[in-house]
Write a protein that binds this ligand. Structure first.
Ligand code: FE2
Length: 359
């Protein structure tokens, strides 16, 4: 069939299928779907769209609350939203200023509503970054990386000989009993192109899971440890390290956000022992096939595009994310260029899952 014949046939068919004018499947669906709950309007293969829609609905069908918008206007700040349910750049703010408690509480509220927030052209000194971090709580020291002058700073430095390696979806430090609440990362040297960090909404990712998996995950915990770091250190130090920092802590795969009450999908696949998920009610390890099936199903969830926003750093840009609400992925696409990032982490609390709170 040549192209002309194809087009003749296609138009012929179109006339037959839509002979009643505009009574197309879409128009019919519009009428039917108006009465259906959101869950039934999305096709079974479009659950990520549903996850975002449910989260947006819960957010009051707006990127930020009216209250927050009013406060931003009062301070003269401007929001630039990067995705529907997460990620906002706050413009017209200088974090080097002596910020008032109201300004800090505004930043905190924006973090809670948007899950990850960004600032350009800040260029904080080490001390200024530490001081800014302390306005949100105590800080966590990181024992497994080269410190800056200040032990609360952790440097992530990549170049031609040591290319970027944080390119996996994760939430930070799940090997800790009380994993950090969030991180404040400033890029001191940005590559000329690339080097973005992607963030994914763990609440929307949870809402977009198939119903049977949501149900199954309710009682599943995993053991998390820092074995990947141990390879760097000589064997004779291992006992001492394990004595100082608990090795192997149990966390739920579903986590209730302690401030918003929302449920998040909560897992770091590099730290969790993937073959030893267990049922918290019985303490029994799940059969290996079930562990594999659960890991396989949740593995790809955060990387679905609908849940993701992408932030490109300039020199002095800052990302401030809520580890309880997002996962992140640092794109390793800037070789052979250099990228230097330093972060402080704010102390968090023990993850728990309380199904009686908001879904
Ligand atoms: Fe990270």
């Amino acid at each position: 069939m040549n192209n002309n014949e194809y087009n003749r046939n296609a138009m012929d068919l179109l006339g037959k299928l839509y002979s009643g004018g505009r009574s197309s499947e879409v128009d019919t669906a519009d009428n039917i779907n108006a009465d259906l709950p959101l869950e039934q309007r999305f096709r079974p293969y479009s659950l990520s769209g549903l996850g975002v829609a449910l989260e947006y609905q819960r957010m009051g069908m707006r990127p930020v609350s009216a209250d927050l918008e009013e406060k931003a206007a009062r301070f003269g700040y401007e929001f630039e939203h990067l995705a529907v349910t997460l990620g906002t750049v706050i413009h017209n703010i200088d974090l080097k200023d002596d910020l008032t408690d109201e300004q800090i509480s505004f930043i905190r509220q924006t973090l809670l509503e948007r899950k990850v927030i960004f600032f350009h052209d800040q260029n904080l000194s080490e001390d200024q970054q530490v001081e800014f971090g302390k306005r949100f709580g105590t800080l966590d020291a990181f024992p497994f990386g080269p410190p800056g002058e200040n032990p609360y700073l952790f440097y992530i430095h990549h170049n031609e000989n040591r290319p970027g390696s944080e390119n996996n979806w994760h939430t930070d430090v799940t090997w800790m009993e009380n994993p950090s609440l969030g991180s404040i990362a400033q890029v001191d040297v940005a590559p000329p192109i690339g080097g973005s960090t992607l963030f994914s909404d763990s609440h929307a990712a949870y809402l977009g899971l198939p119903a049977d998996l949501k149900e199954r995950l309710q009682h599943v915990h995993g053991i998390n440890d820092y074995r990947v770091f141990m390879r760097k250190y000589p064997e004779e130090l291992h006992d001492e390290i394990k004595q100082k920092v608990p090795f192997g802590v149990s966390h739920p795969l579903l986590r209730t956000h302690p401030e918003t009450g929302k449920t998040a999908l909560y897992v770091h696949l590099g730290f969790v022992r993937q073959d030893a998920l267990f049922d918290i009610r019985t303490g029994e390890t799940l059969p290996i096939e079930e562990c594999r099936d659960i890991i396989r199903q949740i593995n790809l969830q955060h990387m679905r595009e609908e849940y993701v926003c992408r932030f490109t750093y300039g020199t002095g840009s800052i990302a401030f994310w809520d580890n309880r609400a997002v996962q992140h992925y640092a794109a390793s696409d800037y070789w052979p260029h250099e990228r230097v990032l330093r972060r402080v982490t704010i102390s968090g609390d023990r993850p728990y899952y309380d199904p009686s709170q908001s879904p």
